[in-house]
Design a protein around this ligand. Structure first.
Ligand SMILES: *[C@@H]1O[C@H](CO)[C@@H](O)[C@H](O)[C@H]1NC(C)=O
Ligand SMILES: *[C@@H]1O[C@H](CO)[C@@H](O)[C@H](O)[C@H]1NC(C)=O
Ligand SMILES: [Zn+2]
Length: 264
């Protein structure tokens, strides 16, 4: 990643944080939605495996209902500087999530107060995690179709973050399934390998899923080309980081999180 991109990410994080400070106090009962932004390693220098790279997350679903989109309806706005083919690609991703769940995606109308603002700026692929009850940005840096942030699985990966999921390897019990090889992680990127406590994230009774569209690639944020996430299950590294589609377990978890009346 260029130093310019890094700079932009930092600026953006600072902006997000300061926005948070200015926000109205949450109702007493509601845990304040943390404006946590997931930044994905797909595009960082140091590893590139064509279009079979990247991450993952799940079992890693935020427990609090405050992060769920009301009425299972996600409003979105696609910025005008995103051309028609890229727009279509995004919409196909959203339709695929719809087809696998009870969620509906709707383009914003003028009076909409909360929505996903889909941008295509430098800085990689990133988004706020879960419903934020305000305009929340999802960035898909411009890439040719089916590359980088415009891989179908990456579009769905980012939207799953916005729906309330962290990365699969953030699961509370991930250490039973993978070893995080901190010795191979780029300096300053260690925070991307956090795991969350069981009281914050929910596995929805699904198994650890190496093939989740929300799992990082084994080489995510590697500084030396060695694995940063080493699976205990033999051969699982071939599944990790797939960005083609949601796995069946991804779909199950999404349906459970949103209490879909009928499992799809
Ligand atoms: C909830 O979502 C459904 C399906 O998208 C829609 O028909 C209905 O009008 C929505 N209800 C409210 C209160 O927004
Ligand atoms: C979306 O976000 C970009 C970048 O922060 C901002 O420039 C733009 O005004 C936003 N658009 C909408 C409609 O929220
Ligand atoms: Zn991610």
């Amino acid at each position: 990643m260029s130093s310019m991109s890094r700079f932009l990410i930092i600026v953006r994080l600072i902006l997000l944080l300061s926005l948070d400070i200015g926000a109205a106090p949450a109702p007493a009962l509601a845990p304040v939605p943390a404006a946590r932004t997931e930044v994905d390693p797909e595009l960082t220098a140091g590893f590139s495996e064509g279009d079979m790279i990247i991450s993952a997350e799940q079992r890693n679903g935020l427990r609090s209902d405050n992060y769920r989109w009301p009425n299972r309806t996600v409003y979105y706005y696609i910025n005008n500087n995103i051309d028609q083919p890229h727009r279509e690609q995004i919409l196909v991703g959203l339709r695929k999530i719809e087809a696998s769940s009870c969620l509906t995606f709707q383009e914003v109308t003028q009076d909409q107060k909360y929505y996903v603002n889909i941008t295509s700026e430098p800085g990689g692929c990133f988004t706020a995690v879960g419903f934020q009850n305000r305009v929340q940005q999802m960035n898909l840096e411009s890439y040719p179709l089916d590359e980088g942030c415009y891989r179908m699985g990456t579009i769905m990966h980012e939207m799953l973050h916005a729906l309330g999921f962290y990365h699969e390897q953030s699961s509370a019990d991930r250490d039973e399934y993978v070893r995080i090889a901190f010795e191979n992680i780029e300096e300053g990127k260690e925070h991307n390998f956090e795991k969350f406590d069981n009281d914050k994230v929910d596995n929805f009774d699904q198994e650890y899923d190496y093939g989740s569209v929300l799992h990082y690639s084994p080489y995510g944020f590697s500084k030396n080309g060695e694995m940063t996430i080493v699976p205990f299950k033999e051969g699982a590294e071939k599944q990790m980081g797939q960005r083609l589609q949601m796995s069946q377990w991804d779909i199950n978890k999404l349906n459970m999180m949103y209490k879909c009346p009928q499992q799809v």
